[in-house]
Design a binder for this molecule. Structure first.
Ligand code: ADP
Ligand code: MG
Ligand code: MG
Length: 889
């Protein structure tokens, strides 16, 4: 096994082995770009070290061999007294990770070689500046000395001299600093700063390995779901110097604007400085464009390299470079991060440039980015006062009065106030408050904290972990860093897409992307429209590419119309229970209380025309597209008064001796229907089997509505769906009755309706016997919400707010199985049911309704297992379309 790769040996596809930085340094080297020579120690070496506690035995020799080759090439030895080769030791994992060890520059300098370096460069100051940087960085990151100790001494030196920047310190000053820094190291670590260059290098390598398991790195990996066993690579790179005077410098650049995607010159440059100075903000950088004036030749070369990189990586890259006495060196490149809007723009720009095709453009954007673009946002032009920032946990823009407990949140929101619930962190007791609030703000906790998880689940705006904001729930106030105090009732605005928290009301504007989907905005020329144009084009790529059709979950004509505008190709789930609420509840009560056939028929007869009218509207809104209507599913007690409330009412009435007959009967019925576990009780197909006439009435309403639309020259395409089937016998009985009703309606209206009848697959037994069930079903729709509940054996309403946070923290789930389909468990049932169903009935239509239908990850799964369509809430349709396209691309 080979543990060390020269930069000439690797390439960009070896990120697993060489880390991102190493793989791209190798790629640039092989492109012929000016990269200082060096080599990379693999992640495999790191893994061995982490597992066994010591470096693999072969590593030392391999490093020696590569160092020898490097020295031969550079014509000087590491730390050589009269002309030292210096190197940087740089960490570089597959994914960049805050909390990993920082880079140590100038390794190889010592009391001896510092004079050699000065002589070679003809610059005393430079040599001592480099040496003090080494001791400072090495002391802090390798030896674990508190960095502030060095900073304080440095500040003191500047103050003593009456200057403000370190460039104003001369060689003599820096020499004194070096002595003081060495003193700090000796005092803090009990040993002298290591003078032996190879020892410096080996210690730094080991420190990089160790930093993989630092607390901050571990926490970050957990939050970002990065596996804990990848390990990090270590890059040894010969030093180039940006701190050699005004004709030297260092900078960072993007090959195009990461915010808009526009091509141009974006970056920062700092003269006479070493790399870390740019990021640290020690001195003011100048815009990269100024480099043209400072050093035209280097600037032109840089621009041409950026073009090379863009064409080669076929994407936006960010880079780090250094200029040493007029010579340009490339020190890093990677595919650059970008905003959601820029991702869409860049994808289409690259298509226009002929660099990528439509399929690849789809891989450059995500459904999550599209979702982000669909949230309303704060008006960019508005004046704002920033209070602080936290983690962008759940996107959106929320404005409301600050409240510090759930009780107040609920109370105020009931009286029509908009509130932002502010807590240190939330727990299950805060659930009601979270529901009542416009948004949630916490000062503790990360992306998997209770607040973040629950808010995302509810689609509610959330900023969490805003540590700089001090929340005092007892005194109902929050204090911002500047000392601004927010009392209960003060208005705040929170941005769940950026994590920013503002004082007062920031005006909210609708997303131009939603305006576009709604048909209220068309492509044009100004800036917002440029984004719309890009989204429009990418959606077209997706629609051309995808195999999955996308339908909507919609219960009324209004939702159906919106869904259609958003691109729905039908309704995958129309829940009829929503048609039984409001004023109609009373009729359902009558149905439930009916003692005689006549009473029952009466009640059903009253419901029939109302149901029918609903369907007529719905079929009209979805004319020409399939509409799957699910027969009544929820337990009946949901239509009756609450048992406790009713009991109290009856008891009070009885005490007054004026109990009313109807209430008494109702109470009896409520008792009879009361269930310990309604989710597993009398519901779904079971209702149809035990309440005579109920399903027949619904089927008649559907059939008559379809016939009416037909006669009005419409094109209704209704599909009747039976919920909660566990065995084919249930379905057969219901079907027989339904077929008969349909035949009656066809005969009476003189139409041929071509209604299909199918079932939900939402119980494990249904999935396991899908082959049998397909004999009686013309389609399956996987109800993955209930299937997840029944496969895992937990009820969503009860568990999400209680122990899911603990599960997420412990890493049992990466994400809630209600959010993203559990491929291994629930998913494998879906997969086998698809196969069994199709084996019985090759033309079986297969879909999914349930939240997963709009979840990006899950959409890919449904594509893989070969479903015909996914169905999701209207608002998620664009995301589902995009992801279906990405899955097929
Ligand atoms: P990070 O991942 O934190 O950016 P890097 O390894 O890229 O860490 O290095 C930190 C800074 O030091 C960067 O500005 C980088 O360009 C600079 N740097 C790293 N290696 C060298 C080198 N061999 N010569 C000059 N500057 C370097
Ligand atoms: Mg870097
Ligand atoms: Mg269900």
């Amino acid at each position: 096994q080979k543990f060390v790769y020269d930069f000439t040996e690797g390439n960009k596809d070896l990120k697993d082995l060489l880390g991102g930085k190493g793989a791209n340094l190798a790629e640039m080297t092989n492109l012929g770009l000016p990269v200082p020579p060096g080599f990379t120690i693999t992640t495999e070496a790191c893994k061995v070290y982490l597992a066994s506690g010591s470096e693999p035995t072969a590593l030392r020799d391999e490093v020696t061999a590569h160092l020898d080759a490097l020295e031969a090439r550079m014509g000087k030895k590491l730390g050589q007294a009269d002309d030292p080769l210096l190197v940087s030791v740089r960490s570089g994992a597959k994914f960049s990770m805050p909390g990993m060890m920082d880079t140590v520059l100038n390794i190889g300098l010592s009391d001896e070689s510092v004079t050699g370096l000065a002589a070679q460069a003809g610059d005393e100051r430079f040599a001592w500046d480099s040496y003090r940087r080494l001791i400072q960085m090495f002391g802090k990151t390798v030896l674990g000395v508190d960095g502030e100790l060095f900073e304080d001494v440095l500040d003191e030196a500047k103050r003593a001299k009456g200057v403000t920047t370190d460039v104003d310190l001369d060689a003599a000053d820096l020499r004194v600093l070096v002595d003081e820094f060495k003193g700090i190291v000796a005092k803090e670590t009990g040993r002298d700063f290591p003078q032996e260059p190879r020892e410096q290098m080996d210690l730094a390598i080991r420190a990089v390995f160790d930093s993989w398991n630092g607390e901050r790195a571990k926490l970050y990996r957990r939050q970002e779901r990065i596996p804990g066993d990848l390990g990090t690579a270590v890059n040894i790179c010969s030093m180039v110097f940006g701190n050699l005077g005004p004709d030297s410098g260092t900078g960072v650049a993007f090959t195009r604007d990461p915010a808009s995607g526009h091509q141009g010159v974006y970056g920062d440059y700092l003269q006479n400085a070493q790399g870390e100075d740019v990021v640290a903000g020690i001195r003011n950088t100048v815009p990269l464009a100024d480099l043209e004036r400072i050093d035209k030749a280097a600037y032109d070369q840089l621009i041409s390299i950026m073009e090379t990189l863009e064409t080669h990586y076929r994407d936006l890259c960010d880079i780090e470079f250094t200029i040493e006495r007029g010579k340009l060196w490339m020190l890093q490149t990677r595919i650059g991060k970008r905003t959601a809007g820029a991702a869409f723009r860049i994808a289409t720009q690259l298509v226009d440039q002929g660099l990528i095709d439509e399929a690849e453009a789809l891989q450059r954007v995500t459904g999550a980015q599209l979702a982000q673009l669909m949230f309303p946002r704060f008006d960019e032009k508005a004046k704002t006062e920033l209070l602080g920032r936290g983690i962008a946990a759940s996107p959106g823009a929320a404005v409301g009065k600050a409240v510090f407990d759930s009780y107040t949140a609920v109370k105020w929101s009931r009286s029509g106030e908009k509130v932002i619930l502010i807590r240190r962190e939330t727990n299950p007791d805060d659930l009601n408050g979270m529901i009542a609030a416009e948004g949630i703000l916490t000062s503790r906790g990360g992306k998997t904290s209770h607040a973040a998880v629950v808010a995302r689940g509810m689609g509610k705006t959330c900023v969490c972990g805003a540590e700089e904001l001090e929340v005092d729930t007892k005194r109902r106030r929050m204090t911002a860093p500047g000392g601004v105090v927010i009392e209960e009732g003060d208005v705040v605005s929170i941005d769940g897409s950026t994590g920013k928290v503002y004082l007062g009301e920031v005006p909210v504007v609708p997303s131009p992307v939603v305006e576009y989907f709604e048909g209220r905005m068309h492509a044009g020329a100004d800036d917002a429209d440029e984004l719309v144009q890009a989204v429009h084009r990418v959606m077209a790529y997706a629609d051309r590419m995808r195999r999955l059709r996308v339908r909507a979950n919609a219960d009324n004509a209004e939702d159906a119309s919106r869904a259609r505008r958003f691109g729905a190709q039908g309704i995958g789930l129309c829940r009829t229970e929503h048609m039984f609420l409001g004023e109609r509840r009373e009729m359902v009560e009558r149905l439930i209380l009916a003692d005689t056939d006549a009473e029952r028929d009466d009640a059903l007869g009253a419901l029939l025309p109302l149901q029918k009218a609903d369907f007529v509207e719905l079929f009209e809104a979805m004319d020409g597209l399939p509409v799957t209507v699910r027969l009544l599913d929820p337990p009946l007690h949901e239509f009756l008064p609450d048992i406790t409330e009713l009991s109290v009412r009856v008891a009070l009435a009885e005490a007054r001796e004026d109990a009313n007959e109807n209430d008494l009967r109702l109470l009896q019925a409520v008792h009879k229907l009361h269930e310990q576990n309604p989710m597993l009780g009398l519901r779904g197909v079971r209702l149809g089997l035990v309440i005579p006439g109920l399903f027949a009435m619904q089927v008649r309403a559907i059939a008559e509505a379809a016939a009416e639309r037909k006669n009005a020259k419409g094109d209704p395409r209704a599909e009747i769906m039976i919920p909660l089937v566990g065995t084919v016998q249930e379905l057969e009985i219901v079907r027989e009755e339904a077929d008969q009703v349909i035949a009656e309606v066809e005969a009476a209206t003189g139409t041929s309706l071509k209604l299909t009848i199918g079932t939900m697959i939402e119980l494990p037994r249904a999935a396991l016997t899908a082959g049998q069930i397909a004999e009686a079903a013309q389609f399956f729709s996987f109800g993955t919400n209930d299937l997840t509940q029944t496969v895992w054996g937990f009820s969503r309403d009860d568990v999400e707010a209680s122990f899911f946070t603990a599960y997420l923290e412990k890493g049992i789930f990466g994400v809630s199985p209600f959010e993203t389909i559990d491929r291994d468990g629930v998913g494998s049932l879906v997969r086998s049911a698809v196969q069994a169903g199709r084996a019985t009935r090759p033309d079986l239509k297969l879909g999914v309704c349930g939240e997963h239908g709009g979840d990006p990850e899950s959409v890919h799964f449904f594509h893989e297992v070969g479903l015909d369509y996914v169905s999701c809430s209207p608002f998620r349709i664009p995301v589902a379309r995009l992801e279906a396209g990405r899955a097929a691309a």
